[in-house]
Write a protein that binds this ligand. Structure first.
Ligand code: HEC
Ligand code: HEC
Length: 282
């Protein structure tokens, strides 16, 4: 873990430049995009992820401003190959996919399709702290990492937490967590917040139809992530990013942005407290 302080400094530098870039961009056209999600894709169906989602053969990202996951097909990677390449990832995501730092997401047991498409988005979009780390990855590498981390038991023992960061993470308050559970299950009609369970599952393990492909082989809900047992600070950061319209790299980003825009700080804290208090895994 001696490399961790340097990595944290690196992340901080990346985040600051990412914020600067984000501020210089126009606000996202979320309303239009969210509407597009409701209607079938007019353009040619995307045979994801086979072809060239990250634009590798051309050397530049696809001309589309965002990844269209409405007709994505389920992914398949080689978990053993992913494990063999995972040493660098372990520094931040833990040797078993459980992050030692509450600002970095746990990956163990996450939906493979979600992991894969996040990596594709990091590759297309230079704004994330992950972007420099995925620059050299091939499409096969990303498929393999997704298969590897999705297959890890999410109950794996967390790595030794970093003492400094742990001190900042407030213990989940029971009242706050109960409020979070209530919003998760029933939404908050007064703010127009829909129940989270409709998309992330009653057990917060991902969409209930995640594994159901339709007769054309499309699995539109495969990339709806599991949330249970995720790191609290990571959840807070992510929800704030959706709320601020920072996430605009895929059709699924637009779906979640429509929800995030309705959250206030209190609901974000409550939801993060409850979700992170759940034991990971199904
Ligand atoms: C320097 C620390 C660091 C290293 C090394 C690192 N990551 Fe990450 N990773 C992060 C951070 C921070 C995020 C959150 C990024 C964001 O939200 O924009 C993240 C996010 C992710 C996500 C998205 C998870 C989610 O829930 O949205 C995946 C997948 C991922 N990393 C995979 C990898 C893989 C595979 C490797 C090795 C090739 C790796 N990471 C190496 C810090 C790191
Ligand atoms: C209409 C469907 C829908 C609803 C309702 C919904 N979500 Fe999401 N959520 C998504 C999708 C799709 C994604 C994946 C977005 C992406 O690709 O980054 C997502 C992503 C997330 C993430 C990021 C996870 C990660 O590891 O990066 C969090 C956190 C989250 N949602 C929390 C919530 C909470 C809390 C609620 C309830 C207030 C909620 N969601 C309601 C569809 C939904």
């Amino acid at each position: 873990m001696t490399r961790l302080p340097r990595l944290l400094a690196f992340i901080a530098a990346c985040t600051i430049s990412a914020l600067a870039i984000a501020q210089s961009q126009d606000p996202p056209a979320t309303a239009e995009a969210a509407e597009a999600v409701e209607t079938p894709a007019p353009q040619a169906e995307q045979d994801a992820p086979a072809a060239d989602p990250a634009g590798e053969s051309t050397g530049k990202p696809s001309s589309k401003p965002y990844v269209d996951l409405r007709r994505a097909k389920p992914i398949a990677g080689n978990a053993a190959a992913g494990q063999a390449k995972s040493e660098l990832c372990a520094a931040c995501h833990g040797p078993q996919g459980i992050s030692p730092v509450p600002t970095f997401p746990n990956l163990a047991g996450q939906r493979a399709d979600f992991l894969y498409w996040q990596l594709v988005e990091f590759k297309r979009n230079p704004d994330s702290p992950m972007s420099p780390l995925v620059a050299e990855l091939s499409n096969q590498d990303m498929l393999d990492f997704a298969a590897y981390y999705a297959g890890l038991a999410p109950t794996a023992t967390p790595a030794e937490p970093d003492a400094d960061v742990e001190a900042e993470a407030a213990p989940a308050d029971a009242t706050l967590a109960r409020r979070g559970e209530q919003i998760y299950m029933s939404g908050d009609p007064s703010r127009g917040i829909p129940p989270c369970q409709g998309c992330h599952g009653p057990d917060a393990g991902g969409h209930v139809n995640a594994l159901h492909a339709d007769r054309d082989g499309h699995a539109p809900y495969a990339a709806y992530p599991a949330l249970r047992g995720q790191q609290a600070i990571y959840l807070q950061t992510k929800l704030a990013e959706y709320r601020n319209g920072k996430m605009r790299d895929s059709t699924t980003d637009f779906v979640m942005t429509g929800v995030g825009e309705r959250l206030d700080d209190d609901s974000i804290d409550a939801l993060s407290a409850w979700l992170s208090s759940l034991p990971p895994g199904p």
